[in-house]
Design a protein around this ligand. Structure first.
Ligand SMILES: [Zn+2]
Length: 347
């Protein structure tokens, strides 16, 4: 019996010696990235601004360029949830990614707004713990890449449904499978400030390259063929939210107040000081109306702290009713007081 144990011990030792160096020499596990071209199929076309913008097609074009770029980096495997115009549920997208043992799921989208007035680039992620941390950290790298196109940075945000879980299905399903996920809303297809950024195959491919670079930075990848090395790329990791949940903003801006600091009745120039605050999501845009809120100007980025100054020109011969509208990081708005500065001389 003792001899048998000794032989087994000896064999185990030989095995261990034979195995150990091999384990040590083994390459690091590859990063597994799954890209989800949003929407797909006849029923789920996504947003549409015809004839040029059909979201399901744009997302697939961006995804293919993103994959091609990422595959030029070392130590990464890249898969798509769909490679054709195919219908997939949000749960299936997360399940496909999980089946590939994904480290991260990137769901690609293009935006539209109900009033066709919003523009900019934004990222959505889970509100919870390590999923929030991963999504926020990656999202900031992503938005930094998108800044080269001059797109307005609307931030990385969370959204909850009435049950208190993540609102967006692909994010909710991914978290349920222990998988970090972001939705990248590249830009708005229905706004003239953004739409020219996505109107050629080359520009869509450029978005895909930028998405890939953000992923490469996040995972510290390098590509000798592209001459890019992010293995020592420094970025700050956003911590998990205090209390475990990053509760989204659900209220419009507060303390919205407009003061007309000067009105030149001859030239039509009106100087405005507009104040507003939003402790949860900050201020994003403002607009103004000269007809008491019937029609509104194009949104302008809110550049400043709680008070901004700007000037507008009103038509000659009019008696405008001026008011402002202030938008927060979640696109919720509050209207200001109004003012009637007087009758402007005909010009
Ligand atoms: Zn979409």
């Amino acid at each position: 019996m003792k001899k048998k144990i000794t032989i087994i011990t000896f064999l185990l030792a030989v095995c261990a010696l034979a195995w150990m160096p091999e384990i040590q020499a083994q390459a690091k596990e590859p990063v597994i990235v799954v890209i989800d071209p949003g929407h797909g199929g006849e029923e789920n076309r996504g947003g549409e601004v015809l004839p040029h913008y059909v979201e399901k097609n744009l997302t697939l074009q961006v995804a293919q360029a993103m994959k091609q770029t990422l595959e030029q980096f070392e130590g990464v495997e890249v898969y798509l949830t769909r490679t054709t115009d195919q219908e997939l549920s949000l749960e299936q997208r997360a399940q496909i990614a999980k089946a590939y043992h994904a480290d991260f799921l990137f769901s690609l989208h293009f935006n539209m707004s109900a009033e066709h007035n919003l523009y900019g680039t934004e990222v959505w992620t889970s509100a919870f713990g390590k999923y929030y941390s991963a999504g926020q950290t990656f999202g900031r790298l992503q938005l930094a890449e998108m800044s080269q196109y001059g797109l307005y940075n609307k931030g990385v945000k969370t959204r909850l449904n009435s049950r208190g879980t993540d609102y967006y299905g692909v994010i909710r399903a991914s978290r349920a499978l222990d998988l970090p996920c972001v939705i990248i809303e590249h830009c708005y297809m229905d706004h003239p400030i953004d739409s020219p950024q996505a109107n050629t195959p080359q520009k869509l491919a450029n978005f895909g390259v930028s998405d890939a670079i953000a992923v490469a930075k996040y995972f510290h990848l390098k590509s000798p063929s592209l001459g890019l090395d992010f293995s020592n790329y420094q970025y700050s990791k956003v911590p998990a939210p205090a209390g475990g949940v990053a509760v989204p903003d659900s209220t419009p801006p507060e303390n919205v107040n407009m003061v007309i600091t000067n009105a030149d009745l001859n030239t039509g120039k009106v100087d405005i000081s507009l104040s507003a605050s939003d402790p949860q999501s900050g201020m994003l845009y403002y607009s103004y109306s000269i007809d008491g809120g019937i029609t509104w100007s194009v949104l302008t980025p809110w550049a400043g702290g709680n008070t901004i100054q700007f000037s507008i020109t009103v038509p000659g011969g009019s008696q405008p009713i001026i008011m402002c509208r202030a938008y927060n990081g979640y696109d919720y708005h509050t209207d200001s007081n109004f003012a009637v500065p007087g009758v402007f001389a005909a010009r």
